[in-house]
Design a binder for this molecule. Structure first.
Ligand code: CA
Length: 727
């Protein structure tokens, strides 16, 4: 019996009565952000830099030239009221200055700009501060994250940005630290460990500052982690509250009555694997409701047959949860994917807005999650207003608006013996990449990726979770999956297409789509001059007409872009800032940044500027790669064993089939293929641990390193044969 528990998706039944019994906290009156019509000038404050406080953040719209939080305002609409750059002059936008970034891993942060200083985080949780007008570097901070942490970061060693508050800059470091540094100097003010460092937790998300508290979650639901969100005193780092998202073992002191009730939606000894449900990206505070919202990720393992044999909703995985800001006490939840087994995290960006629906203005919460359904809820109560498709999907036919539950396609549930093809694939129709909403156009701008993947469960008896590696309990390749993809009319496998989409959340319809030349998602921002700014994976940064999707301006950035831009003014001049550099280079692009193989840079644009990026390839950098593997000497059995082990332990970073075109090497081209001894020195002895490739000696069984070697040699030879067969 799957998903047939007595729980309703919206807080109801047992869940709701528990809240009333245990919380009883009257909601504090909501503070209303000031709607000052004039630009507020900060003339004096007690902080040398990063002088953001509650009053200022609540009134962020009164300072349109400041971008004082990653999402700009508490609504996180990523909408700028600035109009200096508009449709009439955007063609004159040029590069004002740039800053080379000294890491070649992914760059995901949105620049925060306060009182003339621009702050970013880079890969490996480093912070850099610049003069926002001239680009002069002011300070840099490196928390010196142990590179071995990279092994438990599912999707690169990224960081999505800082929070500024009362003279300090806050960041969550990959190794689970929450760190406050001086906004003027970058010197550490305080730091605390928010996670058990012996467990495979990571942090990549932006801390949010709410009522003098720093709020942060964590990641690790693919490993063996249990999700939670915590609030710390911003001045001291002292913990104020913590909300666990899934139950622990029965009787565990962290199990609130709410979690004891949630445990009834699980079966088996799920807590042994941590449970998952990590809230790894979105955290949103709404001053009008005084609620803090976050979305949770998958349960562990992904396969429900292993995680919770017999099914169940598995609360609170794949859910949006609202808690009272002051206490962290439960207010409501909405589980989008009951009993998820497709890695449909709903950690995707949340935003609040006032929408006119059926003639009345509603204060809503919105999300475009991985699943492909766009949700609109009443922000105060969590009552579902609408949920309609913003992208193609096959896992459900619709969301039942009465129950809030998806009407699932029975074909997408998989077992040990039944495979399934599921759309979207685990990276989703929309992932963490920031979306934007314009109150002028009434449209939400969403970076959409279309994809599908095959799922089949491992045999439960073979599932033995291992330390610090993926424990999803699934297989990505099997004869049954291959057979399904071979059927007439089957979906395309893997990545299909991507585009920037404008979606009307009131009419529930797609208004326009601007197709990408090369597949990949990229954050967005919209301005009051009806311009949407977004980068892409073809090495371009572009401005689109927010009403039609017409491309009005575009500039080369020499890198793949995943991050979202921000915009600000200095002395009346409007600037647009963007961090570029994902995990590879755009097609045909050479390396021009001596510090970074993927041309990671901070780029800042303004009207009439004419700075140029360097065109010459960095001396000594390899422009083209040579595919020259040794002949395959392994047995068929070794190649098959190697494929399985590679899929479980290596593919998360190096890509399926060893084909990653990222700064993480494509193993088919690895010089180490020429010598099993050098291969083993890396895989088993940790020869490249300083670069994040730690030893897998404790993880791999006897002979598995060699089996993976033969599998990659086999893949490389296949690719070489394909290359040679080309005319
Ligand atoms: Ca996940």
């Amino acid at each position: 019996m799957k998903n047939k528990t007595g729980y309703k998706t919206i807080a109801a039944g047992v869940a709701l009565s528990l809240v009333l019994a245990t919380s009883g906290t009257a909601q504090t009156p909501a503070q209303t952000p000031a709607q000052a019509p004039t630009i507020r000038t900060v003339t004096s404050h007690p902080y040398a830099a990063a002088a953001v406080d509650s009053a200022r953040l609540l009134a962020a719209d009164a300072e349109p030239g400041t971008w004082m939080a990653a999402g700009r305002t508490y609504s996180e609409q990523r909408y700028s009221p600035l109009t200096g750059i508009n449709k009439g002059n955007v063609s004159k936008l040029g590069l004002a200055w740039s800053g080379d970034i000294d890491t070649e891993r992914g760059q995901e942060s949105t620049p925060v700009v306060v009182d003339g200083v621009l702050y970013i985080t880079t890969a490996w949780s480093m912070v850099k501060a610049y003069d926002a007008a001239s680009g002069k570097p002011l300070w840099a901070y490196d928390p010196k994250v142990d590179r071995a942490t990279g092994q438990v970061a599912c999707c690169d060693v990224v960081n999505r940005g800082v929070a500024a508050w009362k003279g300090k800059i806050y960041l969550g470091a990959l190794d689970g630290r929450l760190i406050a540094v001086d906004g003027k100097t970058g010197k550490v003010a305080w730091q605390i460990q928010t996670t058990d460092p012996t467990q495979p937790y990571t942090i990549t998300q932006v801390p949010r500052i709410v009522k003098g508290m720093v709020i942060i979650g964590n990641a690790g639901a693919e490993y063996t982690c249990r999700g939670y969100v915590s609030a710390y005193d911003a001045a001291t780092g002292k913990m104020k509250w913590r909300f666990y998202t899934v139950p622990a073992a029965p009787g565990d002191p962290t199990n609130t009555p709410m979690l004891e009730a949630a445990a009834k939606t699980w079966h088996g000894d799920f807590w042994k694997y941590g449970g998952g449900g990590t809230a790894w990206d979105t955290i949103l505070y709404d001053p009008k409701t005084d609620l803090v919202y976050f979305g949770t990720g998958n349960g562990l393992s992904w396969s429900q047959d292993i995680r919770s044999p017999g099914g169940g909703d598995n609360l609170f995985v794949a859910s949006v949860i609202a808690v009272h800001a002051d206490t962290g006490k439960y207010a409501w939840h909405f589980q989008e994917v009951p009993g998820d087994e497709w890695d449909y995290d709903v950690t995707n960006p949340l935003m609040t807005a006032d929408l006119k629906i059926h003639g009345a203005v509603r204060h809503v919460l919105m999300q475009a999650p991985k699943t492909g359904f766009f949700y609109v809820w009443d922000a105060k109560t969590g009552k579902l207003i609408s949920a309609d498709k913003f992208a193609p999907l096959n896992w459900a036919s619709k969301i039942d608006l009465k129950t809030g539950r998806p009407v699932e396609n029975p074909a997408v549930r998989y077992t040990e013996t039944k495979a399934a093809i599921v759309q979207p694939a685990p990276l989703g129709a929309h992932n963490w990449h920031p979306m934007a909403y314009s109150p002028r156009t009434g449209l939400v701008y969403i970076p959409v990726t279309e994809s599908s993947t095959g799922f089949q469960s491992m045999a439960a008896k073979d599932f033995a979770p291992k330390d610090r590696v993926y424990n999803t309990g699934t297989v990505a390749f099997s004869d049954k999956i291959t057979a399904l993809y071979g059927q007439p009319g089957a979906l395309g496998r893997g990545n299909i297409r991507s585009y920037l989409e404008a979606y009307d959340p009131v009419a529930q319809k797609v208004v326009w789509r601007a197709p990408d030349q090369d597949y990949g998602a990229h954050g967005a921002m919209v301005t009051a001059s009806d311009l949407v700014f977004s980068g892409d994976w073809s090495g371009r940064f572009s401005a689109f007409d927010a009403r039609t999707g017409a491309k009005l301006w575009s500039a080369p950035v020499q890198a793949d872009v995943v991050a979202a831009p921000s915009t600000y003014t200095i002395k009346g001049v409007q600037y647009v800032a963007l961090l570029v550099g994902a995990r590879g280079l755009p097609p045909g692009q050479v390396r021009t940044n001596p510090l970074s193989a993927n041309n990671s840079r901070l780029l800042v644009f303004k009207l009439g500027a004419t700075a140029q990026l360097p065109q010459a390839a960095v001396a000594g950098a390899v422009a083209g790669k040579v595919l020259d593997p040794p002949l395959l000497t392994g047995t068929n059995e070794q190649v098959i064993d190697g494929e399985g082990a590679y899929g479980r332990y290596c593919a998360g970073c190096h890509g399926q089939g060893g084909t990653a075109d990222k700064s993480i090497p494509d193993l088919r081209y690895a010089p180490a293929l020429n010598s099993l001894r050098s291969w083993n020195s890396i895989v088993l002895d940790g020869a490249r641990a300083d670069k994040g490739m730690v030893s897998f000696k404790k993880v791999l069984a006897e002979g598995q390193a060699e089996a993976i070697y033969h599998y990659i040699v086999s893949q490389a030879n296949k690719a070489k044969a394909t290359e040679q067969a080309k005319p």
